[in-house]
Each structure stands twice: as C-alpha cells, then as structure tokens.
Design a protein around this ligand. Structure first.
Ligand code: BDR
Ligand code: CA
Length: 313
C-alpha cells in the first residue's frame, strides 16, 4: 500500500518533536508532505524554528516547513513554557537550523495541498492548537470535504484537564478553532489525555532510547528527562506522557488504540470550563457522533514501535 500522505500541524514541544521524528522514520507507512507550525507551547518564531531543528535532527532537511498563525482566532495566546522550557525544546542546547523556512503561509500551503490532491488522500495531523486548520477551513471551505481524516492530539474525558481543571492545553488555547474543526464533518480521530496519560515514559523506556547509541536516541532521552520533571511533580507518575507521538503511532499501528465513536462538543463560552471537550462517552444524548475518541492504549506496543522506528534515524 502506498504510504499515507499527511500534513503535521505542530507547536514543538518535546513531545511534538518525538512525533515528527516517528513520522519521518516511517516512510513505508507515512509520507510527510509538509510540516506546518502554529503558535502554542511557545510563540510561532520558536515553533517554526523548532520544527526545522527536528527535521534536521532526523536527517531530513528537505522536509517542507511552513509558519502559520501566530495567535488563536479570537483570544490571546496562552503558552506552556512551564512544561517545555523557554525555547519549547529545552534540554540539551541545539544549534540553530540551517534548512529554510518556506515562504508560503502554512494556511495557504494546507489549502493548496488539499486542492492539489484527490479528495480523501491527505490526512491532517494536528499536534497543537487548531488555529491553522480552522483558518484554512474558514478561508477555503471547499477543502473540508477533501480531507481524508483528521487525527489529532487534544481534549480529555476521564482525565478532564491539564491546563485548567476542565480543559486540555491544545483545545483550551484555541477553543473557537477546535469548535470549527469538530463541527466540520471531517472524520476525526482524537488522542485525548485519557490515552496519552497511558503513554508514560519509565526509566526502562528512556534507557532504551539512550541505548540506541545515536544522536536521535540521546536527544529523545534528554528531552524526555526534561519534560518529565513537570509531570512527575504534578501527577506523581513515574514518567511523562508522550502525548503527540500517539497521533503518528495510530497511523502506523491503529490496533494499539481503542476508543468509541461518539459526539464531542467544545465549550467556548463558560469561563470555568472553557475548552472542555464534552465527549458523550456514555452515549446519553442523541447528538450525532463526530469523532473516534480514543481511551485505551497498548503502552508496551507503543514504546516498542517508537524504539524500533527512532533507531532507524
Ligand atoms: C498537548 O499540549 C502540549 O503541551 C503538548 O505538546 C501536547 O500537544 C498536551 O496537552
Ligand atoms: Ca503539541
């Protein structure tokens, strides 16, 4: 089967970085058409730069990287330096990238790419706030029906929230954009905190990255160590959740995940629960299902896949 064509929309972020590496390490299954950066974990000048750093680390400097929206649709940007550090990719110091940033705006690239491909042949993989995707849908509604699927990291049901008691970061930062995406009618697969909090690094798993004896293995181990300190303190867990790689792992090995096809609505007005993903997990309404909302993960299988693929870079 031909590799699946995807656009990765991202705000790196150490876990975004691992997701990009996983995709670039898996050319048999995944064809990364482009990487579009959005403001999220850190402001846009850093996320677009970090995306290029990661592509270079993967040995793929010919990857097309675009800068997109620098702020949510209607709100002020909220960032997460408290998790990812000042650069968004804190850990070992990394050199500035030398590969170019594309001139085209990420939103125009998304529109042009979808218009230039047959309907149902390009998948969008958002790993950050949904601003770029919603802006593209607003600007060019004709592309909506051309999207094969959206596989995204965001939201939560049982785990509720991480940036507020009620909301997960990616959805909270731009809830209006999330609403546009969830209301779009495109088939959606969601990797919420309910899944990603099961993708926990442990000593043994981090050691396996380091044991690769490669630059990528060392870097992933170091990033994970940095990223872990926050979650260990917050949740008392053994390690950190590798949120965003779940999206790419799903494209390669969907059987690692289980979930339910349910209705998911986004809260956009309540101050208290802004950005909440109201998932009808128990199917107590007659609202039509609009998303495959994942809940379970084979964590050992997930980390085995990661180790196998990252070792190829
Ligand atoms: C999400 O927020 C970001 O900090 C991570 O990169 C991930 O995409 C988890 O809530
Ligand atoms: Ca992210």
């Amino acid at each position: 089967m031909a590799p699946r064509k995807i656009i990765i929309d991202t705000d790196p972020g150490q876990d975004d970085a691992v997701a990009i590496l996983l995709a670039l390490a898996s050319p048999e299954e995944i064809n990364v058409l482009g990487v579009t950066a959005v403001a999220g974990n850190v402001p846009l000048p850093l996320t677009q730069k970090n995306a290029r750093i990661v592509c270079e680390l993967a040995g793929k400097p010919d990857t097309l990287v675009f800068a997109g929206c620098d702020a949510p649709l209607v709100r002020k940007l909220v960032t997460a330096e408290h998790v990812h550090g000042k650069t968004g990719l804190d850990g070992p110091q990394m050199a500035d990238p030398t590969m170019p940033l594309q001139d085209q705006h990420a939103v125009d690239y998304i529109i042009e790419t979808l218009r230039g491909h047959d309907a149902g042949t390009v998948t969008l993989c958002p790993l950050g706030p949904l601003t770029n995707i919603a802006t593209a849908f607003n600007k060019a509604p004709d592309i909506i029906e051309k999207v094969q699927e959206i596989v995204l990291m965001g939201g939560a049901y049982f785990q509720v929230g991480n940036i507020t008691p009620a909301a997960e970061f990616n959805i909270y930062v731009d809830p209006e954009a999330a609403k546009i995406v969830f209301d779009s009618g495109v088939p959606i697969v969601v990797m919420p905190l309910d899944v990603t909090h099961k993708a926990l690094t442990t000593r043994a798993r981090v050691n396996a990255f380091r044991a690769m004896g490669t630059k990528v293995g060392d870097m992933v181990a170091a990033w994970t160590n940095f990223f872990e300190r926050f979650d260990k303190e917050k949740y008392g867990s053994e390690g950190a959740p590798l949120h965003d790689p779940c999206v790419i792992a799903y494209l390669i090995q969907p059987e690692l995940f289980i979930g339910r096809h349910v209705n998911v609505e986004i809260e956009t007005s309540s101050e208290l629960t802004l950005g909440m993903t109201v998932a009808d997990w128990w199917r107590v309404t007659d609202r039509a299902p609009n998303a495959m909302f994942m809940g379970g993960l084979d964590a050992n299988g997930f980390f085995a896949l990661l180790a196998d693929r990252l070792a190829r870079l």
